[in-house]
Design a protein around this ligand. Structure first.
Ligand code: AMP
Length: 542
């Protein structure tokens, strides 16, 4: 016998309709590409998304077409997302920090029909345009601009399209398994691969990230996604903000520490999300500007491991609780987030900090396991010690990559993440490394993350990457590539001594190299592949 309840497909258009109807006057604050601020609200975002849906239809787009965006986090970008997915097309967010060749590859692989872009990315558009034959329209996300019109004579302007089109639009009804958006993996090795989300997977993921033990979001919050909308859909926050009807503060191109401090203080942001490199910049700027970040109660750190020193700085200097989260493009992205359980409440704050530094536990909808082989099916003990290959399964996890016919899962239906981790008895995940970043010294594994965390807890080190350097005797040995804190003095010997009472002697790195900058991926992670290419042979030279 079947249940008697209404069967309504889970659609992204439901989110924006809900936000407009129940939270219509809640503010959306958006920094434009030219640095000005636009204050709008959910009513107007919903209205403009319908105007833009009409505009896209008038340009000859159809259900299932891929519409690309190369844009900052701003209100036009937000409106276009709802217009594209809401009307049954696929919103393909592109990371502008990719090389032009990768961009061309991605646009052609997706067969994008329209490309929306912020003026900042005009040079990129000009560079790739001749190589992207499927693109029929380029739309600049803003008002008419002479420079853009001169460089790209056929361009259309978003604001003009909004002005010309009606806000009367009936969102179509369709199967909830229809594709809604497309994100390519960062592609540090080989060509990027597409993760194609559905309306159903997106709505279920949105429910999960709003839960109290995930991001704990509500209509009372003011949320700032620093993580870009082109990095796994800003971790799903544009959907979550509409689901709960919170105030949404979009930082535009202002991702430097000082701009973020100013946004947080001015708009009383109480939850902000980003990768560790962003928080490094924010902490330095807050110190320099003398801001106490009064409104900021919580920050979410993901994308790379949260260094303990960073979590302590937020807690001790700013009374800000750091939620450590783990996920990946293939997972929409949320896999785990770190909130304590009732039994942890009695622990001392130092003991709690230890738990909080792990990547946390999965919400309902994700299952995790550790196996003893890559793509294997044999699960190892959930004892908090045994490490292995981290695999996941769930409602918003990839089954196969875009336009690839083969399954991306193991024989028994799990997705192998490429991360090395352990899980403890309470279900908390602790990542040791990416499989390819582990260091194998004389047959023993050393975690680069652990060595980086120690280096970054040194008061005079701002950032550190630990990589494997080829060694004539031990195959590989760890070396540290470090950036000093501004104006600080620290020597190689100081750093190596600093390790001596913190880890086993054989794990202490062989060398410290000071640099002015560490190369970052398009999503702000340290590009260890480049560092390995540059410094991987230094131990052979000495
Ligand atoms: P991406 O698909 O670009 O978001 O990258 C996903 C990868 O980032 C994961 O497989 C992890 O290796 C890494 N990652 C994400 N979050 C964390 C975290 N909290 N701690 C350590 N690594 C992380």
């Amino acid at each position: 016998m079947q249940g008697n309840m209404m069967l309504q497909p889970l659609l992204i258009s439901n989110l924006i309709e809900h936000a407009a109807r129940y939270h219509g006057d809640t503010a959306i604050i958006s920094k434009n590409t030219d640095g000005t601020i636009t204050t709008t609200d959910w009513t107007h975002v919903a209205e403009n998304s319908k105007r833009f849906a009409n505009a896209l239809a008038s340009l000859g787009t159809a259900h299932g077409d891929r519409i690309a965006t190369i844009a900052w986090n701003n209100h036009r970008h937000l409106e276009s997302w709802y217009a594209i997915s809401g009307s049954g097309m696929i919103c393909h967010t592109i990371n502008p920090r990719l090389f032009p060749e990768q961009l061309v590859f991605i646009i052609n692989d997706a067969q994008d029909k329209v490309v929306l872009f912020d003026k900042t990315f005009l040079p990129l558009i000009s560079a790739v345009k001749a190589h992207t034959p499927t693109v029929e329209h380029f739309i600049c996300l803003g008002a008419f601009d002479q420079d853009v019109a001169t460089a790209l004579p056929e361009v259309k302007f978003y604001d003009a399209l909004i002005a010309e089109n009606s806000a009367e639009f009936d969102w179509p009804n369709f199967d909830e398994n229809t594709a809604s958006s497309l994100c390519y993996t960062s592609g540090t090795t080989g060509n990027p691969k597409g993760a194609l989300y559905s309306h159903r997977s997106t709505i279920l993921h949105t429910y999960a990230i709003c839960l109290p033990d995930s991001l704990n979001l509500s209509a009372n919050h003011v949320m700032l996604p620093v993580v870009p909308m082109f990095h796994v859909n800003a971790w799903g926050t544009p959907y979550a903000a509409a689901m709960v009807g919170c105030t949404f503060v979009l930082p535009g191109p202002g991702l430097d520490g000082a701009s973020l401090v100013q946004m947080i203080d001015q708009y009383k942001v109480n939850i902000a999300l980003g990768v560790p490199t962003i928080w490094q910049g924010l902490l330095a700027a807050a110190k320099q500007l003398g801001s106490s970040l009064d409104s900021l109660n919580r920050n979410v750190v993901g994308g790379s491991a949260c260094p303990p020193a960073m979590m302590k700085a937020f807690r001790d200097l700013y009374h800000c609780e750091t939620i450590h989260a783990w996920g990946m493009t293939e997972m929409s992205p949320l896999g785990t987030s770190n909130q304590l359980k009732a039994k942890h409440q009695q622990l001392s704050s130092e003991e709690q900090l230890k738990i909080r530094l792990s990547q946390g536990r999965p919400p309902f909808g994700v299952d995790i396991r550790i196996t003893d082989e890559e793509n294997g099916t044999h699960e190892v003990a959930r004892d908090g010690h045994t490490t292995g290959n981290l695999q996941v399964k769930g409602h918003w996890i990839i089954e196969s990559y875009y336009r690839k016919s083969n399954s991306a899962t193991t024989a028994d239906g799990w997705f192998d993440t490429g991360d090395i981790a352990s899980v403890n008895e309470d279900g908390y995940l602790l990542l040791s490394d990416r499989a390819k970043d582990l260091i194998k010294s004389g047959g023993e594994w050393i975690s680069s993350v652990e060595l980086e965390n120690i280096a970054m807890s040194h008061p005079n080190i701002a950032m550190a990457a630990v990589i494997a350097a080829t060694h004539p005797k031990w195959d590989e040995r760890p070396i540290v590539i470090a950036i000093k804190q501004q104006g600080a003095e620290v020597t190689e010997e100081d750093v190596l001594n600093y390790y001596s009472d913190k880890i086993a002697k054989w794990q202490i790195p062989d060398k410290v190299i000071f640099v002015d900058a560490i190369p970052l991926t398009g999503t702000g992670k340290m590009l260890k592949k480049d560092l390995r290419e540059q410094y991987g042979s230094v131990l052979l030279e000495s």
